[in-house]
Design a protein around this ligand. Structure first.
Ligand code: AMP
Ligand code: GLY
Length: 422
């Protein structure tokens, strides 16, 4: 079988390495892939958002199954276009990807179907939003409706910050049309948990839970990033909470989407906060998380391609998705300065990986036979072990062997999780 994977980050590298374990896989094409993925797949420089280019590629290359991983092509409707061209896909259709594509849509869905989430108001007019924010409680959470490269959430500590955020998003359109509407949301507190799940629209099978580390610097300081590291499982996510989430959040979400005529098939990501009043949805994503995938897939015992095919065929069942006991940790090694200004083009030296160790390349390209940095998050160093303590220690030992100029990593990935275990 020939598989097409859309995207070119660390998450896609992890997906591709997992897919390759299936013996029937002959060739994996990655569009656009990256310099590290090129060791595991044939990469072609076609952007993930170039829907026409991708469909054209499938006319000249035999593709038996496609995996669409990033949010933007999903929200743009790539799965619909590929399926119209006769290619079976893993990933939601456009009308279901709206769960991530519009925060206003997902908030209305949760309200309509009684799915626990933060209280909120929607605004399409900046003056009305600002008038409302004058009398709000602080901190207040302001969210652009559409996709914003993970930057569309602002936690305003006071009215002046809130007013500035509304003007940036709605008047200056710093996130483009994504800021035509905004949500003003109640500020929730509690541990955050990422739960990725497989669903074929009938059955939902959660994967092992994980914990992201979104701030750039050690000690949860600095700006928000795409994610500086992850651990799985998340120790706050007990069996009791998992059961409650299944009954009150996961199944109701999938059923709500069916009732709306928007059946979701693919990876449905639940961003949860475990508040004093129970688990609540912070966000839905219509795809695998990055860098959550880098710790979840190394613990998957079952065959990823078979699961993805079952999701597509509508034959998913929980016995098809088994995880190992144990834990994994991913330490992201980034370009110093990320998520703001940083330089690229530095040669990268990689360490040898041992058993259950992985280097997933995210922001790197090949130049004259050398791998050089080409992005903010350059790679993830991952170790899977019997215990979280060993996984964290060995992921850091692996990351210490990664060399490039101005490399930066947080020093405390997993620290909060280890403290919670004690
Ligand atoms: P998102 O881009 O939706 O993942 O949001 C980014 C981060 O903002 C989340 O991981 C939370 O830490 C925080 N956040 C979002 N919504 C809320 C909320 N209602 N209350 C508190 N924090 C929030
Ligand atoms: N790591 C968060 C995300 O993928 O959205």
């Amino acid at each position: 079988m020939n598989i097409l994977v859309i995207g070119g980050g660390g998450r896609e590298h992890a997906v591709i390495k997992s897919l390759k374990k299936n013996k029937s896989v002959e060739t994996i094409y990655a569009l656009p892939g990256n310099g590290g993925i090129a060791k595991d797949a044939e990469c072609y420089p076609i952007k993930a958002t170039d829907l026409e280019g991708i469909v054209a590629f499938t006319k000249t290359h035999k593709v038996d199954f496609a995996v669409v991983t990033p949010d933007d092509p999903l929200v743009l409707g790539l799965v619909d276009e590929l399926e119209a061209a006769g290619i079976p896909c893993f990933g939601p259709h456009k009308n279901a990807a709206i769960l991530e594509g519009s925060k206003v849509f997902s908030k209305q869905l949760m309200k309509k179907y009684g799915i626990p989430t933060a209280a909120s108001e929607t605004f399409t007019d900046a003056d009305k939003a600002i008038a409302y924010l004058k009398n709000s409680a602080y901190p207040a959470v302001i969210k652009a409706d559409g996709l914003a490269l993970g930057k569309g959430v602002i936690i305003a500590q006071n009215f002046s910050e809130a007013e500035q955020a509304v003007r940036d998003i709605m008047c200056d359109k710093v996130f483009g049309a994504s800021g035509n509407s905004i949500l003003v949301e109640e500020f929730l507190t509690g541990p955050e948990v990422s739960v990725l799940s497989f669903t074929d629209g009938k059955t939902v099978v959660p994967m092992i839970s994980s914990m992201d580390h979104k701030r750039a610097l050690t000690g949860d300081k600095g700006l928000n990033t795409g994610g500086m590291g992850t651990v799985a499982p998340n120790p706050y996510y007990t069996e009791e909470i998992a059961k409650e989430c299944m009954e009150r959040i996961f199944l109701p979400t999938v059923e709500a989407m069916n009732k709306e005529g928007r059946t979701f098939r693919g990876c449905l990501y639940f961003g949860l906060m475990l508040t004093p009043n129970g688990p609540k949805v912070i966000e839905y994503n219509c795809r695998f998380g990055d860098p959550e995938t880098q710790v979840v897939l190394p613990l998957l015992k079952s065959d990823l391609l078979e699961i993805m095919q079952a999701v597509h065929d509508g034959t998913l069942s929980s016995d098809k998705v088994k995880f190992k006991n144990g834990a994994a940790c991913c330490v992201v090694v980034a370009s110093g300065g990320y998520p703001q200004k940083y330089n690229s083009g530095y040669p990268i030296t990689l360490p040898q990986t041992g058993a259950d160790e992985y280097i997933y390349i995210a922001g790197a390209k090949e130049e004259n036979g050398t791998l050089v940095t080409a992005g903010g998050r350059v790679l993830g160093a991952v170790a899977a072990r019997d215990t979280l303590e060993e996984a964290v220690k060995d992921a850091y030992a692996l990351a210490a062997g990664v060399r490039f100029e101005h490399a930066y990593m947080r020093e405390d990935i997993g620290a909060k999780a280890l403290a919670a275990l004690k």
